[in-house]
Every structure is written in structure tokens, then in C-alpha cells.
Ligand binder design. Structure first.
Ligand code: FES
Length: 487
């Protein structure tokens, strides 16, 4: 009578990363049944997961806190509304009734079996011992039910709470999963989980976020101008930007499988702020209109134009999971019209034209191999975007970052990288200031012996990239495991 849950939910319940759980499934430590995990087995493996009443409150407060943070940052998320909560509680109530009925039927069967065994033991003296053994085994099994109940209580309580506070969405055909909290739109939740869902206006006008419900219930959170035809409505199509998930959902939805699926865009955005980093670097923060966000994949670049002044190709240094708030790294030492204008004249609310995205240096998230990110100097910008995207997607549990710079002060986001290493158990950060030494040589010396399973992402100058690629190949790393910023 144990329940099967998805890998994402199981990881959430056990308090571990999805990558960690997937590794345990690969290694046979946990069994999965067609991508689902048995709650009973999970509870046995993680008996210490403690979910007392206080934790429930803490979690509720956390969700409310997150919601108010989002509200402060311009997003209008709230905890689930009463109607959604009632629908979820109703579903759980139906399950409870069904489970109670099943349990009473099973107890009935046990009682009948006990009395049949008793009768049999008196009428079949030669089999009496075997029957008595069977009786005592049955009684012991029934007794252990109540012990098991307490063992599984924490994880089942967590599961119930999560099912009330958030709905889980699985996308077909990719099998990607994410949670929808509060009354967030399905689209917004999918994007902030790092998925490249198809969309256009985010506002109910273009119809590009159309998806088909395979199972589950949704609720409209905004009226939309785009009109679904009668056939589409009957088939279960909805706009993901205008609906939230009431229950767990399975949706058939389009996702960008590669950079080729991302359309070329032209967006007028606004300067939010210019933040000095260490040394000579600055972060340019840009905000797009809510209804015209930048669809891109981590690692790609765009053409940034200051109207009437100059333009420059810049890698987006932030995660595509926040497509409205973009970051670019500016090296103030560059002596060109674009950089000079940014450092001396640009101010908040100035308009910026963005065209793109372009570039093939993107994450191959379909393969859960351990990842080595290598950034030479300012090649850190696309690497930062890739690292953040890999963390959001939880594609692998084993990542390392090697950032190679001439001098220590060139590690312009050193603390940021250290905070990644602090926050993630299996993220290793290796800063290298190479001075007059050969950076590629130092890098190769710092790598472990057997890295044939790893994927390598390299960003830097053309010569740094090709030298590193050759050195890795000489170490036996296959060409298809090396991804570089240049074509
Ligand atoms: S993104 Fe345009 S209608 Fe949903």
C-alpha cells in the first residue's frame, strides 16, 4: 500500500539533491519503478528525516517569506488561494477515504484468515505445528504494522504538506519536472526551474506557451486575449502563462531542445544599475519589459547596443531562469566607445537595445556526467551563467570550477564562487593565479587522473581554448566531452 512518488518529489522529501538520488538509483542503492520511487523504501533509507509540527510551521513561513521576497522583486506570488487549497485538500481527503476502506478490507481478511487457521489447526493435527508457526508469523507481521507506521510518519507528513502547498508538473515528452508554488503561473515556475519552455509575451497574447493537459487540474490566474479554438479547448490545451496548477499535472509542452529552438529577438530593455566588482570589472544589470523577456540558454551572448552610441557582443552572465533581469560583465580597461560610455555616462533607466541570443556554448543537460567548468580571465561571464543554470536544473551533483587569472585580484567574483562551494556539497572551486606560469599546464596538473566520465566546458581566448582542448585530448578526454565557447 506504499505510494510511488517522482524522483524530484522523493529528493525533496529526503532533503537531498535530485542528482544525489539519481546516483543512488543508478548504483542500485534505491530502486526506481519506471522513474518513480517507493515512499516506504525512502522512509527506511532516510528514517532521520524529522518533520515535526514546528517544521511544518517553519516551512509555511519560508514559503510565505519567499512569496513576499518575490513580491518585493516585482513578482506577484502569493501562497495558494483558498480555492486551490480546498481542491488539494479534497484530493487528499479522497485518498484518505480510499486508503481507510482498503485498510478495513485487509483487516477483515486478516481476521478471517486467523479464524480459518484456528479451525484448520484443530482439524488437521499432523499440520498443527506448521499452522501455529504461520499464525504466529501473521500476528508478528500485524504487530510490526504499527511500528512501520511511525517509521514512515515523518516522510509521509512531509509529502502531504508539500502536496498541499505546491503542485508538481511533469512535462512530456522530456519528463522534466518542477513545482508550482502559491498561485504562480505554470510558465513562470517552469522557467525559474531553469527549463526552456516555449513562450513569447508571458501575458496571454501570443499563444506560444500553449500546452496540452494530459492529467490534472489547472486554474486561470489571468484573462487572456489569445483565443484557444473549440477543438483546442476540447483537447485540453491551456496557456501556461495564464494558468496555475491546482493539482499535480502532466503536460505535453514544447521546450527548446537546443539553441536552434530559441528565436532571434530584438528587445528594448532598461539599465537597472551598474555595480562595481573587484578590480576593473563592473556588472551591468538590465531589466527587460515583463511582456518581452529574453529567451536564451546559459552560455549564449547577445548584441548590446546603446542607441546612437555603440554596440558590443556580450555574454549574458546570469541564469536564464531569470529572463527579465539580465547581467553583463564589463571590463572597464577596454578602451572602446561602448565601454567608455558605460563607465562614464550610462545611468539607471537608460534604454538598451538587445539582439540575440547567439552562440552554441550551452549546457548539455541531457547527460548527467560530472562537469568541469574552466574559465580563463573574463571567460568567467558565460561560465557563471552555465554554473547557475546547472545548479538550478540540478543536472549533476558533481561540479568543479577552475578559474585561471594572471593575478589574484582578477578573480572579480571570488567570494561569489566560494559561496557556491559553501552551499553545495559536491561543488569544488579552484581559483588559480598563474602569474608568469603556463595556465594550461597548471590546470592539467590540478586535474585528477581519471576524468574520462567528465564533461568539460571551457571559456577564454581562442588560443587558451584550443591549447586546453589539445591538452585534455592528450589526457584521453574524448572530443565529444569538450564544449568550448568558440564554434
Ligand atoms: S506566452 Fe504569450 S500567450 Fe503565453
Amino acid at each position: 500500500m506504499s505510494r510511488l512518488v517522482t524522483v524530484s518529489r522523493a529528493a525533496k522529501l529526503a532533503g537531498i539533491s535530485r542528482g544525489n538520488l539519481q546516483r543512488q538509483i543508478r548504483e542500485g542503492a534505491i530502486t526506481s519503478f519506471e522513474g518513480m520511487v517507493d515512499l516506504e523504501q525512502l522512509a527506511q533509507k532516510y528514517p532521520s528525516v524529522n518533520f515535526e509540527a514546528d517544521s511544518l510551521l517553519e516551512k509555511l513561513e519560508q514559503i510565505i517569506e519567499n512569496a513576499s521576497l518575490r513580491a518585493r522583486s516585482g513578482k506577484t506570488t502569493t501562497p495558494p488561494d483558498m480555492e486551490t487549497l480546498a481542491a488539494r485538500v479534497n484530493i487528499l481527503n479522497d485518498e484518505l477515504v480510499e486508503t481507510k476502506l482498503e485498510i478495513s478490507i485487509f483487516y477483515n481478511i486478516f481476521d478471517k484468515l486467523k479464524s480459518k487457521l484456528k479451525t484448520l489447526a484443530s482439524s488437521e493435527p499432523e499440520a498443527a505445528k506448521a499452522i501455529r508457526d504461520l499464525q504466529s508469523w501473521l500476528l508478528t507481521e500485524i504487530d510490526t504494522i504499527s511500528e512501520k507506521k511511525f517509521e514512515q510518519y515523518p516522510i509521509l507528513a512531509t509529502d502531504t504538506f508539500l502536496r498541499i502547498m505546491a503542485a508538481q508538473v511533469r512535462l512530456e515528452p522530456t519528463g522534466h519536472e518542477f513545482f508550482v508554488e502559491g498561485s504562480d503561473s505554470i510558465l513562470e515556475s517552469g522557467l525559474s526551474s531553469g527549463l526552456a519552455l516555449n513562450y513569447g509575451c508571458s501575458n496571454g497574447n501570443c499563444g506560444k506557451c500553449k500546452a496540452k493537459i494530459i492529467s490534472g487540474e489547472v486554474k486561470k490566474i489571468r484573462n487572456h486575449d489569445y483565443v484557444l479554438n473549440e477543438k483546442e479547448k476540447i483537447q485540453g490545451y491551456i496557456l501556461t502563462c495564464s494558468n496555475t496548477a491546482v493539482t499535480d499535472l502532466i503536460l505535453e509542452a514544447d521546450e527548446a531542445g537546443s539553441e536552434k529552438d530559441i528565436p532571434e529577438q530584438s528587445i528594448t530593455a532598461w539599465v537597472r544599475k551598474l555595480v562595481p566588482l573587484k578590480s576593473h570589472m563592473l556588472t551591468l544589470h538590465v531589466k527587460t519589459p515583463r511582456t518581452q523577456r529574453l529567451r536564451f540558454l546559459a552560455g549564449q551572448y547577445v548584441n548590446v547596443e546603446i542607441p546612437g552610441v555603440a554596440s558590443k557582443k556580450l555574454h549574458v552572465a546570469s541564469c536564464p531562469c531569470d529572463d527579465m533581469n539580465l547581467q553583463f560583465h564589463i571590463d572597464s580597461r577596454c578602451d572602446d566607445v561602448f565601454t567608455n560610455y558605460i563607465t562614464t555616462k550610462l545611468k539607471p533607466n537608460d534604454a538598451i537595445e538587445i539582439e540575440g541570443p547567439a552562440g552554441h556554448f550551452v549546457l548539455h543537460e541531457d547527460q548527467p556526467n560530472p562537469i568541469v567548468f574552466i574559465a580563463f580571465n573574463n571567460g568567467f561571464a558565460p561560465i557563471k551563467s552555465l554554473v547557475e543554470h546547472a545548479m538550478t536544473l540540478d543536472v549533476t551533483e558533481d561540479m568543479q570550477l577552475h578559474w585561471l587569472v594572471p593575478k589574484e585580484e582578477d578573480l572579480y567574483m571570488h567570494n561569489h564562487c566560494r559561496s557556491w562551494a559553501d552551499a553545495f556539497d559536491r561543488f569544488a572551486y579552484q581559483p588559480v593565479s598563474y602569474g608568469n606560469n603556463d595556465p594550461v599546464q597548471l590546470l592539467i596538473e590540478s586535474l585528477k587522473d581519471n576524468m574520462s566520465e567528465h564533461h568539460f566546458y571551457i571559456a577564454g581566448t581562442d588560443s587558451q581554448i584550443s591549447k586546453t582542448k589539445n591538452a585534455l585530448q592528450a589526457q584521453g578526454i574524448p572530443d565529444e566531452s569538450i564544449f568550448t565557447e568558440t564554434a
